[in-house]
Design a protein. Structure first.
Length: 171
């Protein structure tokens, strides 16, 4: 299964389970025009416990790894769990939406877009920039800063600088 195939499968099952979601990370940056090679899919999800159980069960397959225990723990701690295509190594990181002002705002601002032929919800360009700056601060990753620079080049004058300033200072 390709990255696009894994993304299609996960989006289909999220929609079937009625779980709100958004694409973020490097694939979202690519949708906004600032792509780079990546081996994972990053999705923020907002499930109930019942929705999450149904979603995880729907992904059960000899060709996919997903742990119900890891998913339940992620829900409890607002952290993440993985879905891995065991044949190809493609991985999806599913992050539970955090209960904080930025995460709530970011999720509310998601936009319908297309990625690899799949219509889905994608983090806005500004929210992706803020998230990547936060990931860079937490992980010390120069790659996140490079992604931010690429996103800012793509955005040009259309970027909402006041919004960025607000959240960068708040976080």
């Amino acid at each position: 299964m390709s990255a696009a195939g894994l993304l299609q499968t996960i989006v289909r099952e999220l929609e079937r389970a009625d779980i709100p979601f958004m694409l973020t990370g490097s694939m979202a940056a690519a949708v906004h025009g600032a792509g780079r090679a990546t081996l994972d899919i990053d999705l923020v999800i907002e499930p109930t416990a019942d929705q999450l159980r149904a979603f995880v069960a729907s992904l059960a397959s000899p060709d996919r790894y997903v742990s119900n225990d890891a998913a339940s723990e992620a829900l409890e701690h607002e952290s993440m769990f993985n879905v891995v295509d065991t044949r190809t190594g493609w991985k999806a990181d599913l992050m539970i939406r955090k209960s904080r002002a930025f995460s709530e705002t970011e999720f509310a601002r998601r936009q319908p877009m297309y990625c690899d032929g799949v219509q889905l919800w994608v983090a806005s360009l500004e929210d992706l920039i803020v998230a990547k700056l936060e990931w860079a601060r937490l992980g010390g990753s120069a790659r996140q800063i490079e992604d931010v620079a690429s996103l800012l080049r793509v955005a040009g004058d259309s970027c909402d600088v006041a919004y960025l300033n607000h959240w960068v200072h708040a976080l």
